[in-house]
Design a protein around this ligand. Structure first.
Ligand code: ATP
Length: 137
């Protein structure tokens, strides 16, 4: 597929990095197909991250992701999922390549600035979580 899904996480919106992150995403060749500024309730964050329910950091992750505003977006580019994971860098910013979004803007493995879908299937599921058919043009 040529689509992926991203969120700019609460650490990055709180620090005022939203514009710089979107600029880096667009300059890397992604086009924005849908986008919203919103905030997740703890229940919504828990549902979004339900696949991680058994992980030790699940409670922390849900609390963090509902702690402030996020930007959710559907992005389009050839090879979108893989290319976006390359653009954002490793989950832990300390291990992320120079120039990646997480290297540039993330502070820790938990508060790591951005989300990027890990498969075409999850990109579709995650996009549908935030956007109706009419909003995904
Ligand atoms: P994402 O799915 O957000 O793109 P990822 O695929 O790089 O991240 P996962 O291992 O799927 O990483 O973890 C999902 C999210 O859970 C991470 O982005 C991070 O916010 C949080 N997380 C992962 N590991 C930890 C940890 N050890 N402590 C706290 N939070 C963590």
């Amino acid at each position: 597929s040529n689509k992926t899904f991203t969120m700019i996480k609460p650490d990055a919106t709180a620090k005022g990095h939203t514009g710089a992150i979107l600029d880096q995403i667009i300059k890397a060749g992604f086009s924005i197909k849908a986008m919203k500024w919103t905030r997740l309730t703890t229940a919504q964050a828990g549902e979004f991250y339900a696949v991680h329910k058994e992980r030790p950091f699940y409670g922390e992750l849900v609390a963090f992701m509902s702690s402030g505003p996020i930007v959710a977006a559907i992005l389009e580019k050839d090879n979108a999922v893989a290319d976006f994971r390359t653009l954002i860098g490793a989950t832990d910013p300390a291990k992320a390549e120079e120039g990646t979004i997480r290297k540039n803007f993330a502070s820790s493995v938990g508060e790591n600035a951005v989300h990027g879908s890990d498969s075409d299937e999850n990109a579709a599921i995650e996009g549908s979580f935030f956007f109706s058919g009419l909003e995904r043009f």
